[in-house]
Unconditional design. Structure first.
Length: 373
């Protein structure tokens, strides 16, 4: 229409839950601790899993005994981290009449934290949540940085949000109840930070690997503290993974393909990450960035830490197809996180597809027994 006035509006709200405080404490369940201060006078829903609940749930419930409280205990394992479980948890909250002022507390490892955060981000369009990570992997990685999500049969963490917890309470004392296999799996994420960002930290890990495996408290505390420092630094620079934060996915493109192919049944996330780190190091060697000696140091350290470097048998073409669903794909091209050097990760789409195919074929080819040869 002649003479019509065209007006545009822009809404620029601040990011949801933009402030996320991470606190290292001696007792996560202290009555005068930060968790109680956040929960004061509020309805609280605790989400945990059966194994963690056996060891820690009653202590948290006692600390919060003066508030309206509901505890939801889920089956253990990555197979619980589904949209169906999230729907069931949200339904329970609705039936119990919890409003937007409820505080969700995730007590557990990565599965519990991811699921609790996801439910918090969608329930009544967003409610506050806090995390008490009880595994090494969650304390140094999964509980930090506001990534929430659930798995899909076709891809790990395919459904999710960026939604930051108000508070993360890290208590290394909670790791004493962790099974050795789960503890070692967490060491893969610790190693990831050293490989991606900190060559001095990598050397420190080489010198202290035996003590870390033995869980010597001063070494565990040092590894946790340095890992959190790197995670917080990167997430502060790039909270929504538009650039630098993608480097935290070192090894994870391979790892997520392994987990999805496995049906989230047998391989722990950290175990798959360990294999992914080794494969990333091998790709980096073949493109000419890592020397043979540096590449060997990666495999040697993984071995000392008790982590796998050999993936399960699989069709390499299936693994490559699963990698194509990775969140770092742009314009149909998979971007890999590789190592220019120990302590310096880069994201690149400039690699030879045949090189990647050869690495996958050698790693994932079905291994025959001597009687089959």
């Amino acid at each position: 229409m002649e003479g019509a006035v065209h007006t545009n509006w822009v809404i620029a709200p601040p990011p949801p839950r933009a402030r996320s405080e991470i606190m290292l404490v001696a007792d996560a369940f202290a009555v005068d601790g930060p968790l109680n201060a956040l929960a004061e006078g509020r309805d609280v829903v605790i989400v945990s899993d059966r194994e963690v609940a056996k060891h820690h749930l009653s202590r948290l419930e006692t600390a919060l005994c003066l508030r309206r409280r509901l505890s939801i205990v889920l089956p253990d394992g990555e197979r619980t981290k589904t949209a169906r479980t999230a729907h069931a948890v949200a339904g329970r909250l609705l039936r119990e009449g919890f409003g937007r002022d409820v505080l969700l507390i995730g007590l557990g490892g990565g599965m519990v934290g991811d699921l609790t955060g996801f439910v918090a981000s969608i329930y009544l369009r967003g409610v506050e949540y806090a995390l008490v990570p009880t595994t090494l992997l969650a304390q140094v990685d999964a509980a930090l940085g506001g990534k929430t999500g659930v798995d899909h049969p076709l891809a790990k963490n395919a459904l999710g949000t960026f939604f930051f917890p108000t508070l993360v309470v890290v208590d290394a004392g909670l790791l004493t109840t962790l099974l050795d296999r789960q503890y070692r799996a967490g060491l893969a994420e610790v190693l990831k930070y050293a490989l991606a960002f900190d060559a001095d930290f990598f050397s420190w890990l080489e010198d202290h690997a035996v003590f870390l495996v033995q869980r010597r408290p001063e070494d565990v505390n040092e590894a946790v503290t340095r890992s959190i420092h790197h995670k917080v630094t990167v997430v502060t620079q790039d909270p929504y993974e538009e650039d630098r934060r993608a480097l935290l996915n070192l090894g994870h493109t391979f790892a997520h393909a392994i987990e999805t192919h496995d049906g989230y049944a047998h391989w722990l996330h950290g175990e798959a990450v360990a294999v992914g780190l080794d494969l990333a190091a091998e790709c980096s060697r073949r493109v000419g960035w890592l020397g043979a000696a540096e590449r060997a140091r990666v495999s040697a350290l993984l071995e000392v830490l008790g982590l796998p470097t050999v993936p399960p048998p699989a069709d390499p073409r299936e693994i490559r197809a699963l990698m194509a669903r990775d969140k770092k794909v742009r314009a149909g091209k998979l971007r890999l996180i590789l190592l220019e050097a120990l302590g310096r990760a880069v994201m690149t789409a400039e690699y030879d597809e045949q090189l990647l195919g050869a690495v996958l074929a050698e790693a994932f080819g079905v291994r025959r027994t001597e009687s089959e040869v």
